[in-house]
Design a protein around this ligand. Structure first.
Ligand code: HEC
Length: 470
């Protein structure tokens, strides 16, 4: 029997498996952008302290470093691997595709990361104990190492959206995948905004220390952070516009027509709020307040980073990596350089339930008795990466998308014309045998007739004949 290299499926009802990753990823982005931005800001401030002989700046640096150590590095180091662990469970073939391309890139990233974590400890514990010049050198090494992790990871993230050109499919060259069309705008956009993030929390920390440091140093610190923050926000917006101009056509359509305004609007509002706060503290450094800066920092997570990560993940659709593998883990096109062949023809001929080795025997052969359960299995395998296929709430729920469609034939005609012969730019083409599409239609019509919500469990009969119709 023909089987393809699929893995067991992890189905998370309602919120969907993708959102599980998005939550972990957002926590990581918050922590990592704060620490990478801070690494450069602190190295800059340390240089200033040294050149202008302002030793009190070091007190501030020490406090900021402690904050980074306790908060950013702990949450960042846990959530970073957390992204890859959860993504491996959610989309093993997607991760496998990335590893097959980027294993050495990842290895390099890991080395920079280890250097970065080691250095943050060294910097904290040696501040004031070794001579200033040596400490400065360490601080700049830390800054470069931190940014290098971003430099590397952005290459992988951009490739997930698109290789950006046809060349890579033919050459398979790691650099063609890494330095894709969208790489530099993406890197520069993140680099800019990270100064705004690190600057905002930096001002919160400074305002807590107001009484501990002299007025001039205090003003100097807040002004410096504000200028970097203003620059970061303004350049961030410019690079964002460049980033949008490099999006593949499908992502452009998704951005304009599919992404809801309630995800886009908060990002613009928070950027303006952050900018306004920096302008205010640049003009009047003594007006900086913890109760203003810190809530803005927290708001950056909810109104900025979380929606941004969600949007970025949606723009990538229907692919999970490199425009050759869909979110449902089916390889959708040939990649000659890697010896990868499209799986669509074989799935259309043999059936997804047949070629996936983890589909239980009792569902492989579709009969009138097991049709609905087999259809549910098809829905979980092909659609659940982006839809709640068993309910009416949560992630793009089928209960709403197919509302009112209780006739299996109507669902079938819709699916064939909308997703098989053609398909919207954000969804994969519907694959499988005609019988599987009929089973999927029967299942959808059935779940709608049950009020748009059924159990997430798939009842597996020992053999197809024993199946119970539920
Ligand atoms: C790669 C992600 C992805 C997969 C996989 C996917 N969809 Fe979708 N689907 C979307 C997006 C994005 C929308 C746009 C609407 C939204 O965001 O709510 C959508 C919308 C829909 C709609 C509403 C019509 C429309 O175009 O807005 C239907 C019906 C639908 N999907 C059915 C399915 C079925 C059936 C499957 C499985 C065979 C499936 N989808 C698989 C992402 C996906």
């Amino acid at each position: 029997m023909d089987v393809l290299g699929f893995y067991p499926m992890w189905y998370v009802p309602t919120i969907g498996s993708g959102l599980t990753i998005a939550l972990i990823a957002s926590i990581h982005v918050m922590a990592s952008h704060t620490s990478v931005g801070a690494s450069i800001l602190l190295a800059y401030l340390a240089t200033k302290a040294y050149k202008e002989n302002q030793p009190q700046i070091y007190n501030y640096i020490k406090k900021y470093l402690l904050g980074l150590l306790v908060f950013s590095y702990v949450s960042g180091s846990i959530s970073g691997p957390g992204i890859w662990f959860s993504a491996t469970v959610v989309n093993p073939r997607g991760i496998s595709a990335l590893i097959h391309n980027f294993v050495w890139v990842w290895a390099a990233e890991w080395i920079w990361f280890v250097a970065e974590v080691t250095l943050v400890y060294i910097l904290f514990y040696t501040l004031g104990r070794i001579d200033q010049r040596s400490w400065l050198r360490l601080a700049w090494t830390f800054a470069i190492g931190s940014w290098a992790t971003m430099y590397i990871i952005v290459g992988i993230l951009s490739f997930m959206l698109s290789p950006g050109h046809e060349k890579w499919f033919e050459t398979g060259n790691i650099l063609d995948a890494f330095y894709n069309k969208n790489y530099f705008p993406h890197l520069l956009e993140r680099t800019s905004f990270m100064f705004a993030i690190a600057g905002t929390v930096g001002i919160a920390i400074a305002s807590l220390m107001r009484k501990e440091i002299n007025e001039k140093t205090y003003k100097d610190i807040v002004k410096t952070l504000s200028y970097w923050g203003i620059g970061g926000t303004v350049f961030g917006l410019m690079f964002f516009a460049w980033y949008v101009s490099t999006l593949p056509q499908r992502s452009d359509i998704i951005l304009n027509n599919v992404i809801p305004i309630y995800l886009k609007l908060p990002i613009m509002v928070i950027i303006l709020l952050v900018l306004a706060n920096f302008l205010w503290t640049a003009i009047r450094p003594t007006a900086a307040r913890f109760w203003m800066a810190y809530p803005i920092y927290i708001l950056i997570f909810f109104a900025g980073i979380y929606p941004e990560e969600k949007i970025r993940e949606t723009l990538r659709k229907p692919y999970v990596a490199g425009e050759f593998i869909w979110v449902n883990q089916i390889v959708s096109r040939d990649v000659p350089a890697k010896g990868i062949k499209s799986e669509v023809p074989i799935i259309n001929e043999k059936g997804l339930l047949t070629v996936n080795p983890f589909v239980p025997e009792g569902l492989k052969k579709i009969t009138p008795e097991n049709e609905i359960m087999a259809g549910k299995a098809v829905a979980v395998l092909q659609c659940s990466g982006c839809h709640n296929v068993t309910g009416s709430t949560g992630l793009r729920p089928f209960g709403q998308k197919f509302a009112g469609m209780t006739d299996p034939n109507a669902v079938y005609n819709f699916l064939v014309s909308y997703m098989r012969e053609n398909h919207p730019p954000y969804m994969p083409k519907l694959t499988g045998t005609d019988q599987e599409i009929k089973a999927l239609s029967a299942y959808i019509a059935y779940m709608i007739s049950k009020g748009g919500s059924v159990s997430a469990k798939i009842e597996v009969p020992k053999s197809s004949a024993e199946a119970i119709r539920r």
